[in-house]
Structures are given as C-alpha cells and as structure tokens.
Design a protein around this ligand. Structure first.
Ligand SMILES: [Fe+2]
Length: 420
C-alpha cells in the first residue's frame, strides 16, 4: 500500500518536473525571441544610421570632388577663394564661412572671400599671427574645432561677436610646410553642432584648395613673365611704326575693360589682352617704306600690308601659351558684315577677341597721329564706331566700348574737379 502511494507520488513529481521543464523552455524561448527582436531592431536602426552616415559621407566626397573639378578650370585667386568658401559652406550645410590669406610681409590674416559676413567686417578684419582663433590656426598649423563655444573653456564668446553660431571649425591652408591661410566655417543654426568628421572633411578640402591656390600663384607669375615678354615685343613693333607709339599699351587697357564689361572669363580677358598687344606683330614682316609711306598706297602696297595678320598668326601660333591668341590676331581685320580680310568671315564666325581688337584698333587709329594726318578728337572716333556698328564692327562690342569710354570720361571729370 505504502509502496503504491510512493509510486504515484513519484509519477506526480515526474509530471510536475516535466511540466516545469516545458514551461521553462517556453519562457526561455519567449525571452530569446524578445531579446533577439530587440537586438534585431537595435541592429536595424544601427544599420540605418550607418547607411545615412555613408550617404552623407558620399555626398560630401562628391562635393569635394566637384570642387576639385571646378577648381582646375579657375585661374584667378579671387574666383578660387570664393569657390572654396562656397564649397565648404555647402559641404557643411551652412551659409557662414570665410577664407583668410596670410600676408608674409605683415604677418596678418585678411578675408579674401566669405559668405554671410558684412562687407564692413570683410574689409576691416585684420588678425595678427597667433591672435584669435584664425591667428592661432595659422601660427600652429593645427585645426581648431569648437563644438560649443559657450562651454569651451579655450575661448571667450565675446571674442567672436561676428559669428552668431556656437559651433565652428577653423582649418589651416598649407602648402608643404608653409601656412598660406585659414578656412573658417560656422554652423548655420544657433544650436547646430559640427562633428569630428566635419573637421577631417574640411581639412581635405583645405589641402586641395591650398595646392590649387599655390598653382594659381605660380601660373600667374608665369603669365606675368609672358606678359612682360609680349609687351617687350609689342613695344618693338611700336618702335618700328613710330606713329603708333604706346598704341599697344592703350589697346591692352581697353581690351581688359571691354572684356570685363562683357562679363568674359578672366582667362579669355588675358588672351584678348595679349591679342590687343600683339595684333600688329605681323608688321615686323612688312617693308618699312610701305608702312611709313606718307601718301596714298598703291593697290599692290595695300595687298602687302594686308598680309600682316597672317604673318602675325605664323609668329604666334607655334607658341603654346599664345595658341588661343593666334586666331584673334589672324582675324582682327575681318569685318562684321563679311567684307574684311583675310578670309571674309562674318558675324560670330569671327572670334570675339578679334572683334574686340578690331574696335579698339579703329578707335586708336582715329585718335592717333598718322603719316597722312593729325590725330582726330575722341568724339569723331566715337561717331565712326557708331557708324561702323553692324558693318565693320560687332554692335555688342561697340556698345560695351562706348560704355567704357563714358565711364573713363566721368572718372576723368571727377578727378579734375577734385584737383580744382
Ligand atoms: Fe592691324
């Protein structure tokens, strides 16, 4: 009897143990599901974060690449510095930034380009090496990153009254071991914060910018060297044809002003300047007796003189840096209506540089002493240009030139009145 109970009790106990085991397994399975589910969610949101970080990074790298591509076509320091600031602001999602260049003569940083700063701040800001944040960055060559200026013990908020944001990055522009300037970027919203990653990206951009700036400097030195060479040649032509003394220098000045008036790119203005200086270089190959003949030229002599654009083209075309100038020299005697020489090109077929040189050349010829007459007044030349618009000259170029002359006249009048 006792034995029988014991058996039942044992069975019940086994049943209970099995039941507990099953329940525990279920519980553990539920817990596992919960944990895995939670982890899965966490992992999913982490992956999402990584993906959006990667997306941002790609956008930024594309931005830096775009900057590099655009920067290679730029030849002026002003254009490049502005592009650097604009690209940096775009990358950092802000509209406040500046690029400062260091003068090694005064050891001062001045603002070369900016976004979101008043013209007064831009023109008056001067920061000594070692002073303020930009000055420290320029002195040490190390970037400064302030996540929140109000909690950053290194800086006083009052020193940065021009910068309404709390977070900013200042990185050096370095060429080899030389610091040439500083790029400053401020966060857009008052509460927006930059991150360490932004510093690294901005450093990449600043390094690229510094190298491009240095190249522009070298290129500009080389261009100035060329320009001096071309000027020497142009003066040699002037000396040969004494009636056009200083003709080339004047032509160059007007070429730049017309180019600017027509909003042409700097590189093109340079080429037109060269063309204005050198357009008559082919006269070197023309007999001086014909060039200086005081009386009327014979048909044959006129044909000889007409060869000077082609001779000029042959002199210039083989020089690599002058190759864009050669067509401007070759076609500077073409007429807008197609009645010029050497090929009778018309309208837009004539290179713009050649159309500009044609207008300047005609104006200068009328207002200078010639072998057969004295110089005529500027008003006569202006009337001739107006008459020649659409026939000999491109009317757009004539218009731009007339504006340049008008501004020159006004400037002279105000100068004269200030002397009085
Ligand atoms: Fe000419």
């Amino acid at each position: 009897m006792e034995f029988l109970y014991l058996k039942e009790i044992l069975l019940i106990a086994i049943f209970i143990v099995v039941l507990i085991f099953i329940k525990r397994q279920r519980y553990l399975a539920q817990q596992r599901e919960l944990i895995y589910g939670k982890r899965l969610k966490e992992a999913q949101s982490q992956i999402q974060e990584y993906i959006s970080d990667l997306d941002n990074l790609i956008v930024m790298l594309v931005g830096i690449h775009e900057f590099g591509m655009t920067a290679t076509g730029i030849v002026s320091k002003e254009e490049l510095t502005q592009l650097v600031v604009d690209s940096a602001c775009k990358l950092m999602r802000t509209d406040k930034g500046s690029l400062m260049l260091l003068s090694h003569e005064t050891n001062e940083l001045t603002i070369a380009a900016s976004q979101g700063l008043s013209p007064e701040v831009v023109s008056t800001t001067r920061i000594k090496l070692g002073e303020s944040i930009s000055g420290k960055v320029a002195q040490t060559g190390r970037a400064i990153f302030v996540e929140d200026i109000e909690t950053d013990m290194r800086f006083m908020r009052a020193n940065n009254v021009h910068y309404p944001s709390k977070s900013f990055i200042s990185v050096p522009l370095r060429v080899k071991n030389r610091i040439i300037g500083v790029l400053n970027i401020n966060a857009q919203e008052p509460n927006a914060r930059f991150e360490e990653r932004d510093v690294r990206l901005l450093t990449i951009l600043a390094d690229q910018a510094a190298i491009t700036l240095e190249n522009i400097e070298l290129y500009s030195n080389l261009q100035n060297f060329y320009l001096e060479m071309v000027q020497t040649l142009a003066r040699a032509i002037d000396a040969k044809d004494s009636y056009t003394h200083e003709h080339a220098d004047r032509a160059r000045k007007y070429a730049r002003l017309i180019g600017m008036k027509l909003n042409l790119p700097e590189v093109m203005i340079r080429h037109i300047e060269y063309a204005a200086l050198m357009h008559d270089i082919g006269k070197i190959g023309i007999d001086e007796n014909i060039l200086h003949k005081p009386g009327k030229l014979t048909e044959e002599e006129r044909e000889i003189i007409k060869k000077h654009p082609a001779i000029g083209n042959r002199i210039i075309a083989p020089v690599a840096f002058l190759s864009p100038v050669a067509p401007m020299v070759l076609y500077h005697q073409e007429w807008y209506n197609g009645q010029g020489y050497p090929e009778g090109l018309a309208g837009e077929e004539i290179p713009l540089g050649a159309r500009i040189v044609a207008v300047i050349d005609a104006y200068d010829a009328i207002t200078s002493d010639r072998p057969y007459r004295k110089a005529l007044p500027k008003e006569v030349a202006v009337q001739e240009l107006k008459k020649g618009a659409d026939k000999q000259f491109d009317p757009k170029v004539v218009n731009a030139f007339l504006k340049v002359l008008e501004e020159e006249k006004q400037e002279k009048t105000s100068k004269d009145s200030s002397i009085i």
